[in-house]
Design a protein around this ligand. Sequence first.
Ligand SMILES: [Zn+2]
Length: 86
Amino acid sequence: MSTDPVSADFPICSAKGCRAAAVWVLAWNNPKLHTPERRKTWLACEEHREHLSKFLGVRGFLKDVVTLGEWEGRASGEGRGSAADG
Ligand SMILES: [Zn+2]
């Protein structure tokens, strides 16, 4: 699966068993696995945002929590030209 969940037609929450529409993007980075500028993303519905944020937060992985719309705006606005991530 190389498909970016954020750009899926119907992004859904990343919480296990949840099929709710995603509202939030949690950007995270595991320093043991990823270079510092790398961002992995999880999606969260309103209900699971806090749960997932906490999960990443206690591990020190969480970098950013933004709305899906804001994240998409950023991604298209940066224009880094890197399609290799993921
Ligand atoms: Zn959810």
